[in-house]
Design a protein around this ligand. Structure first.
Ligand SMILES: Cc1cc2nc3c(=O)[nH]c(=O)nc-3n(C[C@H](O)[C@H](O)[C@H](O)COP(=O)(O)OP(=O)(O)OC[C@H]3O[C@@H](n4cnc5c(N)ncnc54)[C@H](O)[C@@H]3O)c2cc1C
Length: 177
């Protein structure tokens, strides 16, 4: 099941998961069909992925609903694999990129609850990364025009790495596990 999200033209109303067709189905819904890390709903043999799902994410220990293309591709692949009898957890950190007004915006991970921010690069010049950490563990990163840093950050986030703030802040330092 992957029925997407429900857009709204109003800025004052949050749009949400498109789960109207699932009302009364018995699937647990909370702005998205609740699924475990294998994309299974509470009903036997029913998986869900994409905008219409809210998945337990093993990296963050909470259910996340992610509206991004990379997520629907990877989560959908995991869901289909599991429907075919594999046992594939979907545990990649979410991420997206979007080109806006000539700038490349990128965000990886999930920054809620973080207790430290480290900036690399030049905010005024719109060429920077902000790293978000919790208890020293890299949890998320937002960047403008620094795709290589985000690619490295995705690997560090997936590995629950604890990079030093000095390394994160040094725009010439290699980010590696
Ligand atoms: C304007 C816009 C810009 C975006 N930009 C970006 C971006 O820059 N980067 C990024 O990562 N993500 C972006 N996204 C988000 C990304 O497009 C979505 O996360 C992704 O398309 C979700 O895929 P999905 O398959 O879950 O849902 P969808 O792509 O919405 O597909 C759901 C499908 O289910 C069908 N459907 C709905 N209800 C039923 C039903 N009852 N029965 C049968 N079929 C049904 C729909 O017709 C649709 O074909 C953007 C989204 C929008 C709207």
């Amino acid at each position: 099941m992957a029925a997407g999200s429900k857009p709204t033209s109003s800025c004052s109303r949050r749009h949400g998961a498109n789960t109207e067709a699932l009302a009364g189905s018995g699937i647990t819904l909370r702005d998205g069909a609740i699924v475990d890390e294998y994309c299974w709903t509470n009903l036997d043999g029913i998986a869900a992925a994409g905008d219409a799902s809210r998945q337990y994410h093993p990296l963050y220990h909470e259910h996340l609903r992610v509206e991004h293309i990379d997520n629907v591709n990877r989560q959908g692949a995991a869901a289909v694999g599991n429907l075919l009898g594999r046992r594939t957890a979907h545990n990649d950190p979410p991420w997206f990129r979007s080109d806006q007004f000539g700038r490349n915006l990128l965000y990886a991970g999930h920054g809620r609850g973080c207790d430290q921010m480290v900036i690399r690069g030049d905010i005024q010049g719109l060429d920077f990364v902000v790293f978000y950490l919790k208890n020293g563990i890299l949890r998320a990163a937002f960047a403008i025009n620094r795709g290589d840093d985000i690619a490295a950050a995705r690997q560090l986030i997936a590995a629950r790495a604890t990079p030093s703030p000095a390394t994160l802040a040094d725009k010439n330092a290699l980010l590696a596990i």
